[in-house]
Design a protein around this ligand. Structure first.
Ligand code: MLC
Ligand code: AMP
Length: 499
């Protein structure tokens, strides 16, 4: 058989077929099995066609061996993989299916009954995982590396999430950069506890492990006790997560008996690397984790549109509060409003260039164009460089909130809340929180004669929005603080929540 042109698949074809690629709660699976199952799924998706030619295939599969089988199956059939989130309500799935123009939807048995009506309403071909994973192997198309591989939905400064298009080539540069920087080797074994509709889990953990010929243990979801058990097994060499996960692991460690604490701490010493990112890692968490585990977390900075961009070194001093330097193949500049490079010590916007940068926002040419200047992607994040290392200061937009490592748009949440029958006006802000980084906080003016509690608002919102977008703080106000232009003054509102 000819070698795949998809870099990640081609790597697996060169890996010894009996090496273990994935371990999940049902067992262990080799690279050979991954190639065979993804081939079977590709054949089922093609259903007699020669090539899906970039058609979008959405898939809803929990974190398990089935996930990379379906993802790679879509790729090998020539399709664009659109991961759906297992925790999302149907309204969020519906938006992604519609926006991406998904032609086919693949669902795991656990979600099939909930997803099928959504897919059918939109006229998508609906396939159940268990019906396609043993399909007869057919001919596969030659899928060139410039073809779109993934569409990942990310919230931004606009109301609704946008699909970030990454090609196989871009994905392979994002992977190579991390393999080089963090020294992934075939003997590595990692534990994936992150969701698989976002880049951190997909790229940094799953794809890097599979590129390296290493093993990825896939947990169905994050659970602090289970994660500690994984660390305690002594099998892992690498672990990567968001700050909230480390905060939860700290909490679980603190509630263990002194004997257990000692055993957990000793187990951490067997890992060679622990990485943190997706949101600012509070220095207190870094210090506490160092006391507990002996590891100075390697903090890095990335974005769905870019993969990873900045990282503390694998070997060498990792500075608390800093995200390090540009990763291999990534160019980073810090500029002021007139696009002049700022000197060390002066804040500027992070802009990024290179082969790891995404191709476009799906079917949003003007937003894609606006996102770049002189070939540089404008991240909207502000940083300062000190002694050659970057420190993230925050974001330019008050409407972007990072909670538990998830990026959410205040505007999207406000648009949804305005549909609530008791809400006259509302404004959403992020409020600092030691566990979540930021919490989604909603200030509301209720319609005359109405009342609203946090519980009823949450129950209502959970039907419409992803759980991490649902406000966990509520303030009922007689009016919202506005400036002379009538615009809500969000910093003032955030201050009211803090008070
Ligand atoms: C859940 N809850 C929240 C919340 N998420 N409350 C406030 N803020 C949030 N963000 C609430 C739920 O409503 C629930 O309440 C209760 O907390 C427990 O929820 P849970 O579902 O059990 O939480 P948990 O699953 O433990 O989630 C914590 C977590 C998760 C840290 C594991 O948030 C997570 O996986 N985050 C990672 C996100 C990620 O991968 N981001 C990467 C983006 S890519 P109730 O009332 O229902 O009981 C990117 C690029 C880069 O950023 O650089 O990496
Ligand atoms: P997302 O759009 O979900 O990919 O999130 C990307 C955003 O997460 C970036 O633009 C930053 O705002 C934030 N981010 C990622 N890593 C870090 C970090 N180490 N410190 C602070 N913010 C981070």
């Amino acid at each position: 058989m000819t070698e795949s042109l998809i870099p990640l698949v081609a790597r697996a074809e060169q890996t010894a077929p009996d090496r273990i690629a994935i371990a999940d709660s049902a067992g262990e699976y080799s690279y050979g099995q991954l190639l065979e199952k993804s081939h079977a799924i590709a054949s089922a998706l093609l259903a007699g066609r020669a090539d899906l030619e970039g058609r979008r295939v959405a898939f809803l599969v929990p974190s398990s061996f089935d996930y990379p089988c379906v993802q790679w199956g879509i790729w090998r059939a020539g399709g664009t993989a659109v991961p759906l989130c297992t925790m999302h309500p149907p309204a969020e799935w519906s938006y992604v299916l519609e926006d991406s123009g998904a032609e086919i939807v693949v669902a795991h048995a656990e979600f099939a009954d909930k997803l099928a009506p959504v897919a059918e309403r939109l006229g998508c071909r609906f396939l159940r995982c268990e019906d396609i994973r043993d399909h007869a192997l057919g001919a596969l198309p030659a899928v060139e590396a410039d073809r779109a591989a993934m569409l990942i939905y990310t919230s931004g400064t606009t109301s609704k999430p946008k699909g970030v298009v990454t090609t196989h080539k871009i994905l392979s540069w994002q992977i190579r950069s991390l393999i080089e920087a963090w020294g992934w080797v075939p003997d590595d074994r990692t534990l994936l506890v992150l969701p698989l509709h976002h880049l951190h889990g997909i790229l940094n953990v799953l794809s890097c492990a599979l590129w390296a010929g290493a093993t990825c243990e896939m947990a169905p979801r994050f659970d602090a006790e289970e994660t500690w058990a994984g660390i305690q097994s002594g099998r892992l060499t690498l672990f990567m997560a968001v700050p909230t996960v480390y905060a939860r692991l700290v909490k679980a460690w603190e509630s263990a008996s002194p004997g257990k604490q000692q055993a957990l701490s000793a187990a951490c010493r067997k890992l060679r690397l622990m990485v943190c990112g997706s949101a600012a890692l509070p220095v207190v968490t870094l210090e506490r984790w160092r006391e507990i585990s002996g590891h100075t977390l390697l903090e890095r900075y990335g974005m769905t549109e870019l993969g990873m961009a900045l990282s503390n070194p694998l070997n060498g001093a990792r500075l608390p509060g800093f995200v390090g330097q540009a990763l291999p193949y990534v160019e980073v500049r810090l500029v002021d409003e007139t696009l002049n490079a700022v000197p060390d010590g002066t804040p500027g916007q992070i802009q990024v260039k290179g082969p790891t940068v995404f191709r476009e926002y799906w079917q949003r040419p003007s937003e894609t164009e606006k996102a770049f200047v002189e070939g540089w992607f404008k991240t909207g994040d502000v940083a300062v460089r000190e002694n050659g290392s970057f420190r993230i200061l925050g974001r330019e937009s008050v409407d972007i909130i990072k909670t538990g490592g998830y990026k959410v748009s205040a505007l999207e949440i406000e648009d949804e809340l305005r549909n609530h029958e008791a809400i006259e006006q509302c404004a959403v802000v992020g409020v600092e929180d030691p566990e979540w980084g930021e919490r989604v906080a909603a200030a509301v003016v209720v319609k005359e004669g109405n009342s609203l509690s946090l519980d009823t608002l949450r129950a209502w919102a959970k039907e419409r929005l992803a759980i991490y977008k649902v406000p966990s703080r509520l303030l009922i106000l007689p009016e919202l603080p506005r400036n002379a232009m009538g615009k809500v003054v969000k910093p003032e509102l955030a201050q009211q929540f803090r008070a």
